[in-house]
Design a protein. Structure first.
Length: 683
């Protein structure tokens, strides 16, 4: 573990900030938070004790502590909530303090009601005398203390540099135990919180940070002397099928019916790197991680243990594998119900059971899969599972991996103050949350607007475009988890590869918007065959390629889905000298109806949008001028040449696609978005 502290950067931040010590404490937190071997996703903590003034102008002692759920890697000084220190320290005189009373005390002592709720570990920071206090969940440290008896290993690693605090949940009891351990030996440089991490302190941020790095390095050195032997998983096949065939089946089996063709869906995040394969292909390590998570804080993201699945099969074993996965999920959920019933009853009952769906799956021969309500949650679950694997492997190299007890993990999983970090009870899910949407021709125009509209409705989005650069650019403009891929829809193999990549990234597919197209003009009696065939390749067979590849994924999932097509008003109301474009679009309109007929009983819905006169890369300025001239209109009158006299935008078309995706009882439907064109209107 190397120190990344930069004296130059620390001095710059101190000079720019309102309080040098506050700025440097935030800097120390960011350095720690940027290393996943120390801190993961909202974990870790930091604080600094300062003086300030209250509303009356009186000088008071303050504690600035990380706000609950704030990301250490991006921590700013303002993310350290200011509280009056003395009233918090006075709470040490209490014997007990329940969660609600503690939260009231923390909130009442904030200097500003607009500040974030302070960390649930605030009292620990308040009771320790160090001006700057830092707390991490260092993997190396957890490997040493997740043992049947960690005392000897901790002593070997640190000598008399640390004190040991037995595991307790955050709150008054932990804070008092920490203070008592420190007071028993004030010479220590840090405290090992069993199954909970490492705490260091100092009169300045640099000292507290360097102590953290030094102590974690000592833990790493002790672990480096250990050795563990892998136990290969039995039944691995030489040529397993790809993730694009396995993940949609897993995702479909995880989905929960919600009536009338609706499902509670889950997003998947597959990890196939060396660390993931070292876990899933090692029977001994897989068994170890099923004993529990590296630190109880992770349980709200991963549940107590992962779902162990059969090895990835060869092609002829796919159906048997799928059946075995269904049985494994059923067994996992039954075990979770029993786990809840047992521990809830032991605590007097009254709790509401959380969903029993696993958050991590292990597939030997393939990798580790994070499972979440959205792509971010799935990624966090995968990250935390890999951290547990690293901890368990290291622990097994020097002893026996024994994490916190199931009782302690239950208490943390059902602790309201931890559940609040997830925010699930504050914000209802958006209409298309948990769904995966692929948009072709999504690099610009209608496609880009449609991708943005679906993302705004909570969907996970993949943008496919002939230009990989345009797809990546459009994806980046929407958000960090949007996938951008190059794809020529006239190339069947390329389409299949692109949708396979979508399945590998998100676990499957729920909606495809087949939008890619281009316009060719020409008088039908004289147009050459090459032009007409080229238009059909893109404007008809391109849609067929996309729909056919999508149906394969939708059928594998078994949870329905939607095929949506950009058919254009030309499909029902041809324009003069526009036959090369209108003819394949008319065929696409009937293609949409055919898919509704052939696959409706499988829950696969279809729809089309007939749009007209949208300013996009297809309807360019030159084409607007040409079509205006063909109709004897000014460009302005041409673009607003509808019954409402209003120009229609790409965003209007996008809204129609979203409506079709959301309309669970609508199929074989064509929506006309053109401001009113009687000749193009349908029933």
């Amino acid at each position: 573990m190397k120190s990344l502290w930069s004296a130059t950067e620390a001095q710059r931040l101190a000079a720019e900030g309102d309080d040098p010590l506050l700025a440097q404490t935030a800097y120390a937190c960011r350095l720690l938070g940027a290393d996943p071997a120390l801190v993961l996703h909202g974990g870790g903590n930091g604080s600094v004790k300062l003086t300030g003034r209250d509303l009356l102008g009186d000088e008071v002692a303050l504690l600035r502590v990380k706000g609950s759920g704030r990301d250490m890697a991006a921590l700013r000084p303002e993310d350290l909530t200011a509280l009056r220190l003395d009233p918090l320290r006075a709470l040490a005189r209490l014997d007990t303090l329940d969660d609600e009373a503690m939260l009231d005390a923390l909130r009442l002592n904030r200097l500003s009601t607009k500040a974030a709720d302070p960390s649930v570990e605030t009292l620990m920071h308040a009771f320790l005398p160090g001006r700057v206090v830092l707390h991490t969940h260092a993997t190396a440290l957890l490997a040493l203390c997740n043992q049947p008896d960690p005392t000897a290993l901790v002593a070997e690693a640190f000598g008399d540099k640390v004190g040991i605090v037995p595991y307790r949940m955050s709150g008054l009891a932990l804070a008092k135990a920490v203070a008592e351990t420190y007071e028993a030996n004030p010479a220590v440089e840090g405290l090992v919180l069993t199954q909970h991490g490492l705490v260091t302190w100092g009169d300045d941020a640099h000292t507290a940070y360097e102590r953290m790095i030094t102590l974690v390095s000592l833990a790493e050195r002790r672990l480096a002397r250990g050795r563990r032997r892998a136990v290969p998983v039995a039944g691995l096949v030489a040529r397993p099928v790809g993730a694009e065939l396995l993940l949609p089946r897993l995702r479909g089996l995880l989905a929960r019916p919600r009536g009338e063709g609706r499902f509670e869906r889950w997003l998947l995040d597959l990890r196939t790197g060396a660390e993931a394969r070292a876990l899933v292909d090692d029977a001994g390590l897989s068994e170890a991680v099923r004993r529990g998570v590296a630190t109880p804080d992770h349980v709200i993201r991963t549940k107590v243990s992962p779902l162990a699945l059969p090895p990835a099969p060869a092609a002829d074993g796919l159906e048997a594998w799928t059946e075995a996965v269904g049985q494994a999920i059923e067994a996992f959920e039954e075990a979770y119900h029993a786990y809840f019933a047992c521990h809830d009853a032991a605590r007097g009952g009254g709790r509401i059971e959380l969903d029993p769906v696993p958050r991590v799956a292990l597939i030997p021969g393939l990798g580790l899969v994070g499972i979440g309500a959205d792509a971010k949650a799935a990624a966090i679950a995968a990250d935390m599972a890999l951290a547990t694997a690293a901890c368990a492997a290291a622990a097994e190299s020097v002893g026996i991996y024994q994490p916190a007890s199931e009782e302690d993990l239950f208490d943390l999983e059902y602790w309201s103050l931890e559940q609040a970090k997830l925010g699930a009870r504050k914000h209802p899910e958006k209409a298309l949350a948990r769904q995966v949407v692929a948009v072709t021709g999504g690099g610009s125009g209608i496609g880009a607007a449609t991708a943005r509209a679906f993302a705004a409705q909570g969907a996970e989005v993949a943008i496919l475009d002939l230009s990989a650069e345009a797809a990546a650019k459009a994806a980046a403009e929407i958000g960090p988890r949007v996938l951008g891929l190059g794809c020529d829809v006239t190339d069947r193999a390329g389409v299949e590869a692109a949708l396979a990549a979508v399945a590998r990234r998100f676990g499957g597919l729920d909606v495809v918007v087949s939008n890619a197209g281009a316009a060719w003009q020409g008088t039908i009696g004289t147009v050459d065959d090459a032009t007409l065939r080229k238009s059909f390749e893109l404007n008809f067979f391109g849609h067929q390629n996309v729909a056919q590849a999508a149906v394969a994924l939708l059928r594998a999932q078994g949870t329905g889905g939607a095929l949506l097509f950009n058919a254009s008003k030309q499909s029902v109301n041809p324009g003069k000298n526009f036959g090369p474009y209108g003819l394949p679009k008319a065929a696409t309109l009937f293609l949409m109806k055919q898919y509704a007929l052939d696959h409706g009983r499988e829950g696969i819905r279809t729809g089309a949008v007939n749009a007209d006169r949208i300013r996009t890369g297809l309807l360019t300025a030159d084409m607007i001028a040409s079509r205006s001239k063909a109709r004897g209109l000014s460009e302005q009158d041409y673009m607003a040449g509808n019954l409402l006299g209003r120009e229609v935008t790409a965003e209007d078309v996008a809204d129609a696609f979203v409506w079709l995706a959301r309309s669970n009882k609508v199929t074989a439907c064509t929506v006309t978005v053109d401001g009113g064109n009687i000749e193009a209107s349908l029933r």
